[in-house]
Design a protein around this ligand. Structure first.
Ligand SMILES: NC(=O)C1=CN([C@@H]2O[C@H](COP(=O)(O)OP(=O)(O)OC[C@H]3O[C@@H](n4cnc5c(N)ncnc54)[C@H](OP(=O)(O)O)[C@@H]3O)[C@@H](O)[C@H]2O)C=CC1
Ligand SMILES: O=C(CO)COP(=O)(O)O
Ligand SMILES: [Zn+2]
Length: 350
C-alpha cells in the first residue's frame, strides 16, 4: 500500500521591494489573523524600523531580544502570556527571527518575518538555529506565514551581513551534492524539486556574483529572492538537506571550536570550497565557488575568517561526528587529508 504523505508549509505572502515595509499591514491583513501583534525585534532593527512597523497596527506590543538562546525563547513566551498576541512579527536579523519562529511554534500562533539583514536563509526557512553552550541546535518550526523584505532597508544594512547571506546560498551547491550522494549510498529520501531549486539558486548567485554590490537595492533584491528560494527548497524537502551538507557540519563545528569569530554564511562558504574539492577533485568547481565568494567580498581563507589553521583542521576532522547526516565527510577525514584539501584550495597556506 502507498503510504507516503507530503505536507509542504510555505509563506502565503512574500513581498520583496522598495519601501515594502509600509505594505506590511496590508500583507498581514490578507492573512486573516486576529488579535494584536507582538513585534519581536532586537535593538538596532527596533531603532531603524520599529516605529514604522508599529504605526501600521492597532495596539501592537513589542519585545526586544538581546541574545539568541533557549532562555530568550522562554522569556518571549512569558511576555506573550501577558500580552496575549494573535500572532508574532519578527523584525530584524536571524536572532529575533529564530526566537520568534520557535516561540510562535510553541505558542501555536503564526509569525511574519520582516528581515532587516539578508544574512542567511533562516530568515525565510522552517528551522530555528539556537545556540546553547558550545552547540547550535537546529530545531524544526513552522516557516513564516509571510515575508516582507524591504530592499531599501536591506541595501543599507552592513555589507558583510549581505555577503554572508550570499555565501550561505552558494553553499547550497555542495549541500545538494551531499544530498544526492546520501540518496545513492544510503537511499535517503530525496526531492528532485527541492534539489533542483536549491542548486539553481546557488548557480544563479555564482554566475551573477559580479553584479551584487554594496548599497545597491537591486543587489539586495537578488539576494533576498535567492534566500526565499532556498527557504522554499527546505520547505519542499521538509528538512534543511537542500541547503545544509558537509559544509554546514564544518561550520557548526567551527561554532564550537572557535565561537563568535566568523558569520555562519562566511564559514559555510569557505567550507563549501573544500567540500566541492572533496566531491570533484582539483578539476571540479571549487575554484568557481572561491572566485564567486571573492567577487562578493566574502572570505575564502581561514585567515579571512579570523580562524587559526589548527582550528579549521580540527573542525574538518571532527565535523562528521556532530550529526547523523550522510555527506562526503562520512566516516571522517584524517588530519593529513584535511591539511591536503585545505592547502590545495588555498584555504590555508602551505
Ligand atoms: N535559522 C537558521 O537556519 C539559521 C540561524 N542562524 C542564527 O541567526 C543568528 C545570526 O544571524 P544574524 O542575522 O547575523 O543575527 P542578528 O539578528 O544578531 O543580526 C546581526 C547584527 O546586525 C544588526 N542589524 C540588524 N538589522 C540591521 C540593519 N538593518 N542595519 C544595521 N544593523 C542591523 C543586529 O543588531 P542588534 O545587535 O542590535 O540586534 C546585529 O548586531 C544566530 O543566532 C544564529 O544562530 C544562523 C544561521 C542559520
Ligand atoms: O543554515 C542552514 C541552511 O542554510 C540550516 O541548516 P542546519 O539544519 O544545518 O542548521
Ligand atoms: Zn546556512
Amino acid at each position: 500500500m502507498f503510504e507516503k504523505t507530503t505536507w509542504i508549509k510555505l509563506p502565503r505572502n512574500v513581498l520583496v521591494g522598495h519601501d515594502v515595509l509600509d505594505d506590511l499591514g496590508e500583507a498581514v491583513g490578507e492573512l486573516y489573523l486576529t488579535g494584536r501583534p507582538l513585534i519581536v525585534t532586537s535593538p538596532t532593527p527596533n531603532e531603524i524600523a520599529g516605529d514604522r512597523v508599529r504605526a501600521q497596527f492597532d495596539d501592537p506590543a513589542t519585545a526586544v531580544v538581546e541574545n539568541a538562546s533557549f532562555a530568550a525563547v522562554e522569556d518571549l513566551k512569558e511576555t506573550a502570556e501577558a500580552v496575549d498576541p494573535g500572532y508574532l512579527i519578527a523584525l530584524g536579523g536571524g536572532k529575533p527571527i529564530d526566537i520568534a519562529k520557535m516561540a510562535a511554534d510553541h505558542l501555536d500562533v503564526g509569525f511574519v518575518s520582516v528581515p532587516t539583514v539578508a544574512s542567511h536563509d533562516g530568515i525565510v526557512s522552517g528551522r530555528s538555529s539556537i545556540p546553547e553552550g558550545d552547540t547550535r541546535h537546529s530545531v524544526a518550526a513552522d516557516p513564516p506565514l509571510a515575508v516582507v523584505a524591504d530592499t531599501t532597508l536591506l541595501a543599507d544594512a552592513p555589507w558583510r551581513l549581505t555577503t554572508a547571506g550570499c555565501a550561505d546560498i552558494i553553499s547550497n551547491y555542495t549541500a545538494v551534492k551531499d544530498w544526492r550522494l546520501a540518496r545513492r549510498l544510503r537511499n535517503v529520501e530525496y526531492s528532485e524539486y527541492a534539489g533542483a531549486l536549491s542548486e539553481m539558486t546557488a548557480e544563479l548567485l555564482v554566475e551573477n556574483a559580479d553584479m551584487i554590490r554594496p548599497g545597491l537595492e537591486e543587489s539586495a533584491w537578488v539576494v533576498v529572492k535567492a534566500l526565499v528560494s532556498s527557504g522554499v527548497a527546505m520547505s519542499i524537502a521538509g528538512s534543511s538537506r537542500p541547503a545544509s551538507g558537509a559544509e554546514h557540519l564544518i561550520s557548526h563545528q567551527l561554532d564550537r571550536i572557535a565561537p563568535g569569530k566568523a558569520l555562519h554564511g562566511h564559514q559555510v562558504g569557505v567550507a563549501s570550497i573544500m567540500t566541492e574539492f572533496l566531491h570533484s577533485g582539483e578539476n571540479g568547481r571549487w575554484a568557481a565557488i572561491r572566485d564567486a565568494l571573492a567577487e562578493l567580498d566574502a572570505p575564502t581563507t581561514a585567515g579571512e575568517l579570523g580562524i587559526d589553521d589548527a582550528e579549521l583542521i580540527a573542525a574538518l576532522t571532527s565535523a562528521h561526528e556532530i550529526r547523523d547526516r550522510y555527506t562526503i565527510l562520512q566516516g571522517g577525514i584524517n588530519e593529513e587529508a584535511a591539511i591536503g584539501v585545505a592547502t590545495a584550495t588555498g584555504v590555508i597556506e602551505e
